[in-house]
Design a binder for this molecule. Structure first.
Ligand SMILES: [Fe+2]
Length: 351
């Protein structure tokens, strides 16, 4: 939205690249307004400026009311239904290739849809209330992975393949007994072992089909491997893992942690980022995960959060050296730099 200079406040976000008449850049898009920037805008006699949304509430509300989101929501619901019937049919004793083709068509559809939806990560976030199953998780992972592929400048055919990898990666879970898959408590060591077998079960299932790309089969087997060798089932290290498995591993871990599950509430994205920063840089491919975190966190600028001191605050600026500990502004107007205030942390995203 266009705002006049007197209404622009510290902490708001610039929504355009702003140049002088001679072409000198005054401020790039997505810059958070500081007192210095306000002085600079005055100096260049800027009277009005395109700004982005003032709060994530308005933003999410706005996204949800757009025809784009409604289309996206319908597509996701249809994608989930189509994936459910195709995967269930593949599990039948006499599967035929038409269901594989249906999933490939679904991937192409989601890929085309993703290209149109630049706010996809926000849309997936807004959809989380609908996320309740392997099928929804798989659709979300496919979409998140394709976005990461795009951020990594991968070629179009590889990004398309990432969507399909996401749709198929957890197919082995459909072969795990429901009482383990949906157990609302911690798994016993025996149950955990059965749960882990969804990787090899998924691979064996997909391997029956010559029509499925080997890279998709590999992802089903290797998406729980970690670059430091602590994953399963093969305990491979980073050098032994392909880029598709590494990318799906990041999208899968992120989606699983930020979604609600039968046994817990969704984990706050800043806690997830903190996990990725503490452990993820060794467990996941560093260059992929850093790109992912930087891009994802842009979605949470201006988000309303609850702090561990029970105060409500707004995220003002992401600190690249401590991504999970941004600069926040509390409701009474004080700024807190969480990167130098270890006793306070973000505990929850607020609606
Ligand atoms: Fe999995």
């Amino acid at each position: 939205m266009k705002m006049s200079l007197e209404n622009i406040k510290v902490g708001m976000c610039v929504g355009q690249d702003l140049y002088t008449e001679s072409g000198q850049l005054i401020t790039p898009i997505n810059t958070i307004v500081t007192p210095e920037l306000l002085a600079r805008l005055k100096k260049f006699r800027i009277s009005c400026l395109e700004m982005t949304y003032d709060s994530l509430d308005d933003y999410i509300f706005d996204i949800k009311s757009t025809s784009g989101f409604k289309f996206f929501q319908n597509e996701c619901t249809e994608a989930k239904e189509s994936l459910t019937s195709s995967l269930d049919n593949i599990l039948q004793e006499n599967p035929d290739n038409s269901h594989i083709d249906m999933i490939k068509n679904l991937s192409a559809l989601l890929y085309e849809n993703n290209k149109k939806n630049i706010n996809l990560i926000d849309m997936v976030y807004s959809m989380h209330e609908y996320s309740d199953s392997v099928y929804t998780h798989s659709v979300n992972v496919g979409m998140i992975a394709s976005h990461l592929g795009h951020w990594l400048n991968l070629p179009e055919d590889e990004i398309k393949l990432l969507v399909t990898c996401g749709l198929f990666h957890d197919i082995g879970k459909l072969l795990i007994p429901k009482e383990i898959l949906e157990k609302p408590g911690e798994l016993t060591p025996g149950e955990y072992k059965i749960m882990q077998s969804h990787t090899s079960k998924g691979f064996e299932l997909l391997d029956q089909f010559d029509d499925i790309d080997d890279r998709i089969k590999k992802v089903a087997l290797l998406h729980h491997e970690r670059c430091d060798g602590t994953g399963y089932p093969m305990h491979f290290n980073g050098d032994q893992l392909d880029k598709f498995s590494k990318i799906i591993a990041i999208a899968d871990a992120y989606e699983a942690m930020t979604s609600e599950r039968v046994y817990r509430e969704p984990i706050c994205p800043f806690t997830v980022v903190s996990y990725f920063e503490k452990e993820g840089l060794h467990k996941f491919d560093t260059k992929y995960v850093l790109k992912f975190l930087n891009k994802i966190l842009n979605s949470y600028l201006h988000a309303k959060v609850l702090l561990s001191n029970d105060k409500v605050a707004k995220v003002i600026m992401i600190n690249k050296n401590a991504r999970s500990r941004p600069l926040v502004k509390v409701e009474d107007g004080d700024f807190i730099d969480l990167s130098v205030t270890p006793e306070i942390s973000i505990v929850k995203m607020l609606p």
